[in-house]
Design a protein around this ligand. Sequence first.
Ligand code: M6R
Length: 616
Amino acid sequence: MCGIVGYVGAEDCAPFLIAGLKRLEYRGYDSAGVALVGESGLEVLRSRGKLSNLESLVLRKAPKGTLGIGHTRWATHGRPSDENAHPHSFRGVAVVHNGIIENHLELREELRRAGHTFASETDTEIFAHLIAEEVEGGHDLLQATRRALRRVRGTYALAVVSETDPHTLVAAKNASPLVVGFGQGENYLASDVPALLDRTREVMFLEEGDLVRLRQDSVELFDGDGQTIARQPRHIDWTPVMAEKGGHKHFMHKEIHEQARALVDTIRSRTALETGDVVLDGVGIDEALAKSLARVTIVACGTSYHAGLVGKHYLESLAKLPVEIDVASEFRYRDPLVPPGSLCIAISQSGETADTLAAMREAKAKGARTLAVCNVVGSAIARDAEDVLYTHAGPEIGVASTKAFTTQLAAMLLLALKLGRLRGTLDADRAGKLLQDLRGAPALIEKILAREDSILAAARTYSSARDMLFLGRGLQAPVALEGALKLKEISYVHAEGYPAGEMKHGPIALIDEQVPVVVIATRDPGRGHGQDTYEKIVGNIEEVRARGGKIIALVTDGDDLVSRLADHALWVPPASAFIAPLLNVLPLQLFAYHVADHRGTDVDQPRNLAKSVTVE
Ligand code: M6R
């Protein structure tokens, strides 16, 4: 997934496509390509690496066409390479695609049986095959695309051209963004507004299920059943910098708001509710190996370490595996014991963190099997590990990790479910129920995001604090650590996270009227799992109140007890204990964001920090 541009009009569009892709470069990518339809038919040019490689290729080959699509790829299925770069083409049809197709393996197999051969490892390529078949069956490009989409499950922003129809660009949207730009005698398509800004400010954002047909002089919008939709374009005044952030003030804010989509991409294609089964592409652990595991060691840094702490709960509880977890920089220097039957899980958004890579290598050298939970396909940690479980958060640009964290939690839960099923420690019913809860999480995330105003109000009230404490228990203790890390790294407010039970052993000495305390006091409506520490956290709130401390509490909808005790309640919809960390972190991310924004710090690039720490 990453950047899409498209053009239909009267000019030779290769320069427009390259210029548009350049404006999307800020999002990061590993390869790029264009497809043009002109008098000599369809021409596709692709290149791994920097856009300048593609640009040189385009200059050399000088493709001609007044219809074209372009793409910058951030790998999800298949490593970064020329072959996996988009556009993908088949029998005169070319496609570019952002998103993830859940049933691509199934469809690939079906097509293979019908005699198709594939040129890439991507899920996207099946679109080219499916649509080309429909075109050959006599359907026009719009119908062919609609018919192909009916066979596909997943998320997509899709753009299609065909040499059978050199004046038509068709696009479709489901979950991944797509915007149409209106020109004079030409029309445009892009995944993001910056690609269009120097041509037009009249745009139309596509909505879920929309299909659009662009021609030189027309833009027609349809729903999935082929009914025409009337929607007016809107004028946008965004500056190029605002446009890069999709109208959000900061990348961090945009990325917080992308979490529902990121979770869908990470979870959906991997779960079967009926059987409770989890299919983890890239993880080759079978039943015998799972049963032979004696211990798990998790290594990670920063936010990824906090995801590991939650993962430890999941693995111990569901797969009954003892888990030790280490900050990666400590593990590598303490001559760790790695007994036979060890699995080392390295968690890293970037896949390039030097300490995490070195810790994983140390474990491997001592005989552990290695598994990476990683967001960047083909990164150093992903390349080095025997198994890779990719999170599909998409590129994260803000230095503060947000959507990477929630997708890491989802990945760890999927892994624990998988190992639990393989090891026979988890029955199908319970696994199915947990998968159902997990699949419900994106909708709950949307609910929390809709409550942003009340979080902003709390952030404004406490933004002048010098110190803050974050408390949680059980599965929420790591979320408290993460809340404190978010706040300190972007707002420079001194913040510490603690398991609430530790209060009496020291931190309570800090409490006075000047120290706001954020307490995660949500409640699992089903209780059980031995995780219910609700009464205890209520006790911790009382201790803080008795010392004059101000309480900002995360409270489950309908819980009058905690809301009465708190100075500020941040409401969260009810969720089971295992899912709650994925939800509870959101108000804390938004709280940190609004405190920092109010204090006027450089939210996306806080002082002294780098997105990827490739040195010790
Ligand atoms: O790319 P990684 O997940 O390995 O990065 C680890 C940490 O550097 C990272 O999580 C850091 O703590 C973030 N700035 C937190 O927001």
